[in-house]
Write a protein that binds this ligand. Structure first.
Ligand code: ZN
Length: 142
């Protein structure tokens, strides 16, 4: 890596898959103008994968850390961390219902609804990990 400091390009949101729980971001390669690196973050366990040169060699890269930060920013933007447990479950169910409705009516769902669902699920899992809620205390978000 160069010792010169240059601004890192911003990650661009690509997708949120509610089946796998994986969100994906893209970022232009600074080393190859013809290349776009794809970074995946598994919201169920925090695992990251990047297809950049470092990622292909199973080395960590700044893209993966940036994806974790971007996802955290998405969560903060949505504001799920401020919801009560009941509101959180309702939010997840509402997003799941919207996704199902859009998929039934037009064959696809909105990225904002998929993000909202994954955010609710991610926050729910975070609260479970921290012991803030008990698994069976609330109905699981759809
Ligand atoms: Zn990378």
């Amino acid at each position: 890596m160069s010792s010169t400091t240059t601004a890192r390009p911003a990650l661009r949101f690509l997708s949120a898959d509610t089946t796998t729980g994986i969100v994906a971001y893209a970022v232009a390669s600074r080393h190859d103008a013809s290349r776009t690196n794809i970074i995946s973050l598994d919201t169920t366990n925090g695992a990251t994968y990047c297809d950049c040169k470092a990622g292909e060699c199973h080395k960590s890269c700044w893209h993966e850390a940036a994806a974790v930060e971007a996802w955290a920013a998405e969560l903060a933007t949505i504001g799920v961390v401020w919801l009560t447990d009941v509101q959180l479950v309702r939010s997840g169910r509402k997003a799941a219902a919207l996704i199902a409705t859009y998929e039934r009516r037009i064959g696809r769902s909105l990225a904002s609804d998929r993000i909202a669902l994954l955010a609710a699920r991610s926050e729910y899992r975070r609260r479970l990990r921290l012991g803030l809620i008990e698994r069976d205390a609330l109905p699981v978000a759809a």
